[in-house]
Design a protein around this ligand. Structure first.
Ligand code: DQA
Length: 146
């Protein structure tokens, strides 16, 4: 089993970016935590980040046939991108939508997600721990959808 964790714009700045909202954990910390978790679960992990919408689309296309699931923190593109939604719809790879913050407790414009409708499920509000939760959730989904 191989799972791709894909991070969108500004998430490269985690740790220093609005720590009151996103915490002090860096993306490198999150990657290390996910790699440990993946090893413990006996799965392969891909981990990426881009600030560019088209690059994220390319990563999603590239996941076809290589990964069994995608965990996607699309950052602000969550709330704007038809292209990311269409990319997910175009590859036969289940996706879990992830956010560090509880987007529903924040500004109105963060309440709308273009990608939720094409996600298996959504995890938000648990900070960096959400990544570990999403890995477990994806494994459970893959096992039950067999
Ligand atoms: C985010 C929430 C988005 O609204 C925001 O634009 C981000 C990060 C989160 O992880 O909480 O960049 O996806």
């Amino acid at each position: 089993t191989a799972i791709l964790i894909l991070n969108g714009p500004n998430l490269n700045l985690l740790g220093t970016r609005q720590p009151d909202v996103y915490g002090h954990t860096t993306l490198a910390d999150i990657e290390a935590m996910c790699r440990n978790k993946a090893k413990a679960l006996g799965i392969e992990l891909g981990f990426g980040q881009s600030n560019h919408e088209g690059a994220l689309v390319d990563e999603i296309h590239g996941a076809r046939g290589r990964f069994d699931g995608i965990i996607l923190n699309a950052g602000a593109y969550t709330h704007t991108s038809v292209a990311l939604r269409d990319a997910i719809s175009s590859v036969d790879v289940p996706m879990i939508e992830l956010h560090l913050s509880n987007v529903h407790a924040r500004e109105e414009f963060r309440h709308k997600s273009f990608i939720s409708a094409v996600a298996v499920g959504v995890i938000c509000g648990f900070g960096a721990r959400g990544y570990a939760l999403a890995l477990e959730a994806m494994l459970g989904h893959l096992e039950s959808s067999g």
